[in-house]
Design a binder for this molecule. Structure first.
Ligand code: NAG
Ligand code: NAG
Length: 442
């Protein structure tokens, strides 16, 4: 067996929960910009990028350039956008996403992320900021440290369900519920206070972030020691693929530039490389913030034949119930492919990434549909952290095999608790691990 890490730089990520999604959300993007060429050029580039990504992933979306579509309305205070958005898209969109011109959007990850939320409820999602104490820029409003007002770091964008937009648009139009002050001092804060007056607080999501350095180097130091301390030693054959070589950590470059938005180029390069390896039976592609039990994976795979076309993992879907939709294996929990399938995926013309930064897991779903290979779902794989699932689900029945993401959790502890309690029978199957060379890349 061959375990290969795909170098991960998944910032705008992540999903919990909805398998085989029945939903096809539609998105309205609003790009705010300073009105000067340098800024508006960036905003237009973002708009074309979003439009292209939406088309590629078959996601219905509309992109507005605020200064063109609604000139002279002080869109930067957000409030004037509400009625306009509600009128234009109030009945036929799921989400409104307000962005500034410099932001990077990974559409696939955003779609994943929003699968976790219900667009028919009032939802407000972003990178949450909170004051430590009373501040002059926030009108000296008293801060309850145990329950501060979270307001969005708008450099990272903010997401509102259309239902919420409709609600607050009508509160904004009615004199009795409109904010009292004529001053705008810190627009995101004032906007969040207004949203809160309708009973909705900002939900902080780690995937909405500001500090993303290009490349994934920043993860080597943080993440590789964790996988080295937990499961990597159980993976007899593994390679850590990255865009940079790092001798100390044993990573090797694949020669595919790292992308900020998806890993299609890199993952397909891994698949091509694995197709050339004569002795492997299975390929497991995981992120560098995936925790996985290799013994349990081996045991599970002993039920399948690597000569068959097998794709195994946690099944998600994108518009899966429509003729154009597809199932896919969500990448963070681990994607497992039989050698026979790896060879087919690597065959010329079968699975060619539209671009290096296309979301890899979704695009592989498209390729699998093309090959008519069904995805075998296993509930042992998890796209999220143990805390994100009910304990009953994890404790009873099939033992969990993988988790994903280290955010606000201690991965060593989680590994020890959920993935390392091997039973005697598990241990015996560990010993039959296939020998092989170890090469580590990232
Ligand atoms: C909703 O319908 C209106 C009117 O047909 C259209 O202009 C708008 O773009 C639609 N919005 C979305 C998100 O599809
Ligand atoms: C896993 O369990 C083994 C045997 O009980 C123990 O030696 C090892 O330290 C554990 N590893 C982790 C990362 O918890």
């Amino acid at each position: 067996m061959m375990d290969i890490l795909r170098a991960a730089v998944l910032i705008l990520l992540i999903t919990r929960g909805i398998h085989c999604s029945q939903r096809k959300d539609s998105f309205v993007f609003v790009i705010l910009s300073q009105e000067s060429a340098r800024h508006t050029d960036a905003a237009r580039a973002l708009s074309s990028h979003l439009t292209a990504e939406c088309k590629q992933l078959d996601v219905p979306c509309v992109v507005h350039l605020a200064w063109e579509d609604w000139p002279g309305v002080a869109a930067w205070t957000y409030f004037p956008l509400l009625e306009r958005l509600s009128n234009a898209h109030g009945t036929n969109s799921s989400w409104v996403i307000i962005l500034e011109e410099w932001v990077t959007v990974r559409l696939g990850k955003l779609v994943h992320l929003l699968h976790d939320y219900n667009p028919s409820q009032r939802a407000f999602i972003g990178r949450g900021l909170a004051d430590k104490g009373e501040s002059i820029i926030h009108h000296f409003t008293v801060v309850d440290p145990s329950h501060p007002l979270y307001y969005p770091d708008t450099r990272a964008g903010m997401v509102l369900s259309t239902v919420l937009v409709n609600r607050i648009a009508s509160r904004w139009s009615a004199a009795s519920t409109r904010p009292g002050s004529d001053f705008t001092i810190d627009a995101p804060y004032e906007f969040a206070s207004f949203v809160k007056s309708d009973g909705v607080e900002l939900t902080h999501h780690e995937s909405v972030c500001v500090q993303e350095k290009p490349g994934c180097e920043r993860y080597h130091g943080e993440r590789l020691p964790i996988i080295q301390a937990t499961w990597l030693k159980d993976a007899t054959n593994h390679a850590i693929y990255s865009d940079v070589e790092d001798a100390a950590l044993g990573t090797v470059s694949l020669g595919v530039p790292n992308t900020r938005e998806g890993h299609c180029g890199k993952t397909l390069a891994i698949i091509h490389r694995a197709a050339e390896l004569p002795s492997i039976q299975w390929l497991a592609v995981v992120d560098d913030d995936t925790l996985i039990s290799v013994p349990r994976l081996r045991r599970l795979l002993s039920c399948y034949d690597p000569q068959d076309l097998v794709a195994l993992g946690e099944k998600y879907g994108f518009a899966a119930t429509t003729p154009h939709g597809y199932d896919y294996i969500t990448g963070g929990g681990g994607m497992v492919f039989s050698k026979a399938l790896v060879e087919q995926l690597a065959a010329p013309g079968v699975c060619k990434c539209p671009s290096d930064n296309t979301p890899d897991d979704m695009f592989l779903g498209v390729c699998l549909r093309k090959l008519s290979v069904p995805i075998i779902h296993s509930s042992a794989f998890h796209q999220n952290r143990p805390n994100d699932y009910p304990e009953e689900l994890l404790q009873e029945g099939e033992l969990p095999l993988s988790f994903h993401r280290y955010w606000m959790s201690d991965p060593l502890e989680e590994f020890a608790r959920w993935l390392n309690q091997s039973s005697a029978s598990e241990r015996s199957s560990v010993s039959d691990s296939s020998p092989g060379s170890v090469h580590v890349e990232l």
